[in-house]
Design a protein around this ligand. Structure first.
Ligand code: IPM
Ligand code: MG
Length: 368
């Protein structure tokens, strides 16, 4: 049966990094004889310019017909002064919500050749390997009311709202992930202040009973921000509210020394998912062919694993990305710690990843 991937390149470097990832995917599909179709649609600033809205209905309709979505990035100075409804970011929030992608997975893992670029001590960073599960379709981002009030509009309200079931489904996902890893789950909240956090804790403790082999702890969000710097290797799986997860995942991204390396997956209960790099649209280097495509290529590996059940192909991509760094290849954003530095652009990096995939595939075939 043929599968469909919808590609949403978006703005800035989005089109460059998504086309790099598509090249890698097409190469693998050809080699492994998979029948997968790509359909491209607009989102973000590109859609505002062409369609007058950051999330055209046609884009939503196509995503609903797809097995997976690969997204580049949205936003840029061109649209920064627009009113809230016609900002590129609304396209991203809108597609996550429209597709019901409630669990956002953001792994934080150190790549050995990049560790010296981390602001933290090498001894800590080497051992970092955790994943943030951010609730993505509720909480402070989507709660109503969210508006200006008063005669002079001198008052404002945002709402942090959750139902038990919204918390339960994302917490359940986090527990299942922990079961496949080091079996440690940290639930992050602000239960010393917020009622929503107290309910969040209750739900976590209830779900924990179904997963007796996972060690659960609760940590306050302010303290977690501190622990990320003091001792980041203590974490395995973290689960938290939408806004807390947004903030913590940016903090976590610098631990490993390379924001340009981090993929993400936004999932729901079935296999459909949206995959995007954690970095933004980098308008300052857009169109110059020098963007680092590796976070998007790693997001494509997630897509293969979570949406298309192609574990072997996903592992090949991940091994190739590791290897490309070890061989010293790097785009201008990466500080690689090997004697043999080989600067490349977006296309050059993609070529190398593809070449290494073929090498690895051949040696696998020879070993039988
Ligand atoms: C992210 C981004 C988005 C978010 C913005 C662009 C709306 O910061 O994916 O973390 O806040 O979710
Ligand atoms: Mg963010």
């Amino acid at each position: 049966m043929s599968k469909t991937i919808t590609v949403l390149p978006g703005d800035g470097i989005g089109p460059e990094v998504t086309s790099a990832a598509i090249r890698v995917l097409k190469h693998l599909f050809e080699r492994f004889n998979h029948d997968v179709r790509f359909v491209e649609k607009r989102i973000g600033g590109a859609a505002i310019d062409a369609d007058g809205t950051p999330l055209p209905q046609d884009t939503i309709d196509q995503c609903r017909l797809s097995d997976a979505i690969l997204l580049g990035a949205v936003g840029g100075p061109k649209w920064d002064r627009q009113s809230m409804e016609v900002r590129p970011e609304q396209g991203l929030l809108g597609i996550r919500k429209a597709m019901g992608l409630f669990a956002n997975l953001r792994p934080v893992q150190a790549f050995a050749p990049l560790i010296d670029a981390s602001p933290l001590k090498r001894a800590y960073v080497e051992k970092v390997d955790f994943i943030i599960v951010r609730e993505l379709t509720g909480g402070l981002y989507f709660g109503k009311p969210s508006e200006r009030r008063g005669e002079r509009r001198e008052q404002v309200v945002d709402t942090l709202a959750y139902s038990e079931s919204e918390i339960e489904r994302v917490v359940e996902k986090a527990f299942r992930l922990a079961e496949k890893r080091r079996k440690k789950l940290t639930s992050v909240d602000k239960a010393n202040v917020l009622e929503s956090s107290r309910m969040w804790r209750e739900v976590v403790n209830r779900v924990a009973k179904r997963h007796p082999d996972v060690a659960v702890s609760h940590m306050l969000v302010d303290s977690t921000a501190m622990q990320f710097i003091i001792n980041p290797s203590q974490f395995d799986v973290i689960v938290t509210e939408n806004m807390f997860g947004d903030i913590l995942s940016d903090e976590a991204s610098v631990i490993t020394g390379s924001l340009g390396m981090l993929p993400s997956a936004s999932l729901r209960t079935d296999k459909v998912g949206l995959y995007e790099p954690v970095h933004g649209s980098a308008p300052d280097i857009a169109g110059q062919g020098k963007a680092n495509p590796l976070a998007t290529i790693l997001s494509a590996a997630f897509l293969l694993r979570y949406s298309l059940d192609m574990d072997q192909e996903a592992a090949l991509i991940e091994a190739a990305v590791q290897e490309v760094l070890e061989r010293g290849y790097h785009t201008p954003d990466l500080k690689v710690d090997t004697g043999d530095s080989k600067p490349v652009d977006t296309a050059g990096m993609t070529d190398q990843v593809i070449a290494i995939i073929d090498e690895k595939r051949r040696s696998m075939a020879e070993k039988g």
